[in-house]
Design a protein around this ligand. Sequence first.
Ligand code: AMP
Length: 170
Amino acid sequence: MDLKKYIRDVPDFPKEGIIFKDITTLIGNGDAFKYAVDKMIEPFKEESIDRIIGIESRGFLFGGAMAYIIGTGVNIARKPGKLPWKTIKEEYSLEYGTNALEIHIDAVKEGEKILIVDDLLATGGTALAVAKLVERLGGSVVGISFLVELTFLNGRKKLEGYKVHSVIEY
Ligand code: AMP
């Protein structure tokens, strides 16, 4: 299936010069969503995984569906101030600005094997911040799975040492 035809390019969002890859058109299609989720989990199906961490917000959609397939739990990394309980925080730089992500301190337990999931890899700062959160809580990162990778931004280099998987490259 050619998933690219389900992704909408939105120029100059959220800032001038950024071409936003809008995946709402893909997740809104049942066949495309199912195919995308199957492809995102494929290389990790034989791995031992204790939990998936989905990154706010589109990572929640894919992460939840992938966790259902492999029968694990799922947890969430969120923007500051959104999680109700005790959290730890990592700051990072984004293709368009800086941000921070938080995770509940019991989202990952010592020794757990974690798969991190997001919709898109740009510069890699977001996923690296989540990998650091997982490791600060004593977990190990089995891999990081994305639907889309913007290869020209070299995010993979920032994530060197991790098993990085993406389904669609631009
Ligand atoms: P980065 O930390 O640079 O790898 O940015 C990845 C995060 O920002 C992901 O959560 C993406 O959803 C979002 N993002 C960055 N650039 C884009 C883009 N061009 N289109 C859609 N989402 C993007």
